[in-house]
Design a binder for this molecule. Structure first.
Ligand code: SAM
Length: 230
């Protein structure tokens, strides 16, 4: 009988795996995702200059949340993730924000059950929803959209599965020019990864408007959309 693969939540809850992943994740000037994180903050700031509540789902060490809390000094943040190892790292890395951050451990497939509050001006996620298949992704977007205040933003920065021809092109160019200095440990992905279309469909099915891909490089996209006002 074929052995069942562990779920992403189980893999990330393993302290050895989470610690190894954190050790390989780029920091500082080598962190190419600082640009899309900053773009997300700037797009929000232009129309929502004083968000009060920012929620980061599957937040890991809290890198995306950190950029938004820095951009919006009046805002409170909610950190949420399934992994206790990530919780320990995030408590250290986000310590400078003091009691502005509330931490809650749980599964992104059941946000309310995990203690994530309603009324967020911004719900973020990054590099986590690729663990979900299309149906789970749409359920995640529906629940996340339901947590937004009117006019609130959903920003998801994640890896997508391109068409085969683009997969070959990206792989070739990345292998030659963009190989990470220290590759992250291999972990469960939900192959085939959901596509750009799956994400955009999910945003719209969740009732979000102004949906777009605000940034894209190779496999990674920043999706943004808003809950309608009123
Ligand atoms: C690749 S890391 C990204 C962390 C962070 N968002 C970032 O971009 O730096 C994936 C994160 O998703 C979390 N995760 C995976 N499956 C999850 C689930 N079902 N519920 C909540 N968190 C999950 C992991 O614990 C891990 O922190």
């Amino acid at each position: 009988m074929r052995q069942q693969e562990p779920s992403a939540a189980q893999v990330w809850s393993d302290p050895a795996f989470a610690t190894a992943w954190l050790g390989g994740d780029p920091q500082g000037e080598y962190d190419l995702l600082q640009l899309p994180r900053t773009i997300a903050a700037q797009l929000v700031a232009d129309e929502t200059p004083q968000p009060q509540l920012i929620v980061d789902i599957a937040s890991g060490a809290g890198k995306f949340l950190s950029v938004l809390l820095t951009a919006f000094p009046e805002a409170r943040g909610v950190w949420m993730d399934v992994s206790d190892t990530m919780l320990q790292q995030a408590r250290k890395d986000l310590a400078g924000f003091g009691d502005r951050v509330y931490f809650t451990v749980g599964d992104m497939r059941a946000l309310r059950a995990a203690g994530v509050p309603d009324g967020a001006d911004v719900v973020l996620s990054s590099r986590a929803s690729h663990h979900l298949d299309r149906a789970e992704l749409h359920a995640f977007y529906a629940e996340a959209a339901g947590l937004l205040a009117p006019g609130g933003w959903l920003a998801n920065l994640d890896h997508i599965g391109p068409e085969d021809i683009w997969d070959r092109r990206y792989r070739s160019v990345r292998r030659k020019h963009w190989s990470p200095r220290k590759p992250a440990p291999a972990h469960h992905h939900n192959y085939p990864l959901t596509s750009v279309g799956d994400h955009l469909d999910g945003y719209r099915a969740a009732g979000l408007t102004d949906v777009d891909v605000a940034w894209k490089a190779f496999y990674t996209c920043l999706f943004l959309g808003r809950r309608p006002q009123g």
